[in-house]
Write a protein that binds this ligand. Structure first.
Ligand code: IMP
Ligand code: MG
Length: 210
C-alpha cells in the first residue's frame, strides 16, 4: 500500500531517501543506487523559470532558435521553452562523445544528427543537459560558428566546472554541481532513468549494469 506522501526507500546499510510522490513510479529499482537527490523537482522547476525570464529579458524584441542536444537536453528544453515569452523555434542535434557504456567523454565528438535548417543570421541558444569535460559543446560550437549565426550562446542545466578540460563560454547555467555522476531529468545512466523528475547522484558501488 502506498502512503499519500513521499515514501522512505530502504537499502541495507544505506541512508534512507525520502522520495517525492511524483517519483513513486517504479521505473526500475533505481533506489538501490540512488545515493542522494541532488536537485529536487521543485528546485529544478523554480530555476528553469528564472532562466526563462532571463532569456526573455535578454532577447526582448528578437526571435530566437533553441538547439537542443539530444537526448539529455530534451526535458530541460521542453520545460524551458514554456518559460520563455518570445517567438522561438526549436531544432535538434545529436552528438556522441562517450564510448559504449562509458562514463567519460572520449574527447572524440561525432555529429550523429545534424540540423534541418540554416542558422545564418539567427540568434541561437544551445540547450544542453550538462557540461562535463566541455569537449561535446566545444565541438558543436566550433561547427555552428562556421554557419554564421547572428549570435550563439550556451544554456546548460548543469555544470561540473571542476571537470573542465576545454574552455566553453556558458551564458546561462542552472546549477553548478560537484564531480559526481548524476541521472534523472533527461540524464541517463546506460540509457535509462531520463524520465525521473529530479536529478540524483549515482552510487556507482551499488549500480550494476545489466
Ligand atoms: P562532456 O563532453 O565531457 O562535456 O560531456 C557532456 C555530455 O556527457 C553530456 O551532454 C551528457 O550527455 C554526458 N554526461 C556528462 N556527465 C554526466 C553525468 O553525470 N550523468 C549523465 N550524463 C553525463
Ligand atoms: Mg548530453
Amino acid at each position: 500500500m502506498k502512503p499519500a506522501a513521499g515514501r522512505i526507500m530502504k537499502s541495507p546499510g544505506r541512508k534512507k531517501i525520502d522520495l517525492p510522490v511524483s517519483a513513486e513510479v517504479s521505473v526500475k529499482d533505481y533506489h538501490d543506487f540512488l545515493a542522494e537527490i541532488l536537485i529536487p523537482e521543485e528546485k529544478l522547476q523554480a530555476r528553469i523559470k528564472e532562466l526563462g525570464a532571463e532569456i526573455t529579458r535578454d532577447y526582448a524584441g528578437k526571435k530566437i532558435l533553441l538547439i537542443c542536444i539530444l537526448r539529455g537536453g530534451v526535458m530541460f528544453l521542453t520545460d524551458l521553452i514554456r518559460c520563455i515569452d518570445l517567438p522561438l523555434a526549436i531544432e535538434f542535434m545529436a552528438v556522441s562523445s562517450y564510448g559504449v557504456g562509458g562514463r567519460e567523454s572520449s574527447g572524440q565528438v561525432r555529429i550523429t544528427l545534424d540540423l534541418n535548417c540554416s542558422i545564418k543570421d539567427k540568434h541561437v541558444i544551445l540547450v544542453e543537459d550538462i557540461i562535463d569535460s566541455g569537449h561535446t559543446l566545444n565541438s558543436v560550437i566550433e561547427l555552428l560558428e562556421t554557419r554564421d549565426p547572428a549570435s550563439l550562446c550556451v544554456c546548460t542545466l548543469l555544470d561540473k566546472t571542476e571537470r573542465r578540460e576545454v574552455e566553453v563560454p556558458v551564458k546561462y547555467t542552472g546549477f553548478s554541481i560537484p564531480n559526481k555522476f548524476v541521472f534523472g531529468y533527461g540524464l541517463d545512466i546506460d540509457d535509462y532513468y531520463r524520465n525521473l523528475p529530479f536529478v540524483g547522484v549515482v552510487d556507482l558501488e551499488h549500480y550494476k549494469p545489466e
